[in-house]
Design a binder for this molecule. Structure first.
Ligand SMILES: [Mg+2]
Ligand SMILES: [Zn+2]
Length: 189
């Protein structure tokens, strides 16, 4: 029995609508493809962990209570669609803090992998920014740049990833193809 494979998800611009330093519960809005994309992944038995840089905490723009309220709201919106996340991991630091958890640093992945017991190199990383793609490269994961959020801008700027897709639903379809192919490959051996 091998460990469950995980999809490591960016939050802003990937799962929910990008707002500059989102801090208000009423501003939490799932992107159009999020529910269907996550349900496909969830139903296929993949783990779902959110890794998010929230420098608004370190900058004092909002506090942990506001952030937690946002996450409660996002979790409720997903629960309404029968989707449960395995974990949400937050870097609260600013770039000047030089922490080890602000993506593309690996602190959040290490914490998630230790708590949720998965192999980072066998995971899939989905995000809309260079830091997401760079994080995925560093752990040897398959990387997906979505064109939602800042993704279309990054694509225009020449940002490269293993896959560039319109949204998380398109990423989910590719991930399912890949995991099924890997499974049939194992079964034949
Ligand atoms: Mg983002
Ligand atoms: Zn950090």
């Amino acid at each position: 029995m091998t460990a469950r494979r995980f999809v490591l998800l960016d939050r802003d611009g990937t799962l929910i609508v990008e707002r500059n330093y989102l801090a208000r519960v009423e501003d939490v809005e799932l992107l159009p493809a999020t529910a269907r994309g996550l349900r496909l992944l969830h139903d296929a038995g993949l783990g779902l962990a959110v890794l998010t840089n929230q420098s608004g905490l370190g900058r004092g723009y909002f506090d942990w209570d506001a952030l937690n309220a946002v996450h409660v709201r996002m979790t409720q919106l997903l629960a309404d669609e029968s989707i449960a996340l395995d974990g949400i991991y937050v870097c609260p630091h600013t770039p000047e803090d030089n922490c080890d958890c602000r993506k593309p640093q690996l602190g959040l992945v290490r914490r998630a992998a230790a708590e949720l017991h998965f192999d980072p190199a066998a995971s899939f990383v989905i995000g809309d920014k260079p830091c997401d793609i760079e994080l995925g490269r560093r752990i040897g994961a398959a990387t997906f740049l979505v064109r939602t959020g800042y993704g279309a801008f990054g694509e225009q700027e020449g940002l490269r990833a293993d896959y560039i897709v319109d949204d998380i639903l398109a990423a989910a379809h590719i991930i399912l193809e890949r995991t099924e192919r890997d499974l049939s490959f194992c079964a034949k051996r």
